[in-house]
Design a protein around this ligand. Structure first.
Ligand SMILES: C[S@@+](CC[C@H](N)C(=O)[O-])C[C@H]1O[C@@H](n2cnc3c(N)ncnc32)[C@H](O)[C@@H]1O
Length: 219
């Protein structure tokens, strides 16, 4: 039997140098990357003075938006398994004079103490992870978050409206890999996270309901 088709570390390592440009194009049909990231910041409400973790940060575009929003008093950290993603993220942050710690680490074993962060973001990543890895990453986020800390999740949504439903299905089917398409069809995201002991406190559907923003609190 062949291995399940999912995104490998090697894939991200090779793709990293195209990621900024690719994301711009990728998000064009959804109104552009700028407004997409703004929606996330508005919804996720990172605050000055908080310790904030961006898991699977990629080239750090969202991490930098977070740092810009909260100013220098907050401790903003981004982690990713791709060395090249971390290199590019670090370079971008230095250029913008933003104080962000970017670290090479896997979401499945976060190199941080229990109950350390006030808020964590996971953007455009959970749909790519095989089931067991996704659960492990979510458990790790829960471990490093403080009690009552917040988890902000950004991912695809299978809209109930006919046309957007068809559009997001087509988009994920042809642009993403099979693991992402299967995850979208199962509509498991919200319930799965809630089952791990997080309480859903807010939800917003954006871009014709094709993306969901979820705000959970660690109880
Ligand atoms: C689609 S990108 C999302 C990047 C970024 N969050 C964004 O919003 O643009 C997915 C990222 O997840 C990273 N990744 C995949 N598996 C990971 C894991 N187990 N731990 C940490 N990062 C991971 C990849 O290297 C890649 O940079």
């Amino acid at each position: 039997m062949s291995e399940p088709d999912h995104y490998s570390d090697e894939f991200w390592e090779k793709f990293a140098r195209f990621y900024n440009l690719a994301t711009k194009f990728y998000l064009l049909p959804f109104g552009g990357e700028g407004s997409f990231r703004n929606e996330i910041i508005k919804f996720g409400q990172p605050k000055a003075g908080e310790q904030i973790l961006d898991v699977c940060c990629g080239t750090g575009t969202l991490t930098m938006r977070i740092a810009e929003k909260v100013g220098q008093q907050a401790g903003v950290t981004g982690i990713d398994t791709s060395q090249e993603m971390i290199r590019i993220a670090t370079k971008k942050a230095v250029k913008k004079k933003l104080s962000i710690k970017f670290e090479l680490a896997s979401g499945k074993s976060l190199p941080f103490l229990d109950n350390y962060f006030d808020r964590s973001f996971v953007s455009l990543c959970l749909h790519e992870l095989p089931n067991d890895l996704r659960i492990k990453v979510l458990q790790e986020i829960q471990r490093v978050l403080k009690i009552n800390g917040y988890l902000v999740v950004i991912d695809f949504n299978l809209s109930q409206k006919l046309l957007p439903r068809l559009m997001i299905k087509m988009f994920v089917k042809f642009i993403e890999k099979e693991v992402a398409y299967n995850f979208l069809l199962k509509e498991l995201l919200g319930t799965e996270i809630a089952e791990l002991g997080f309480k859903l406190v807010d939800k917003k559907l954006i871009l014709l309901d094709m993306f969901q923003l979820l705000l959970f609190q660690k109880s």
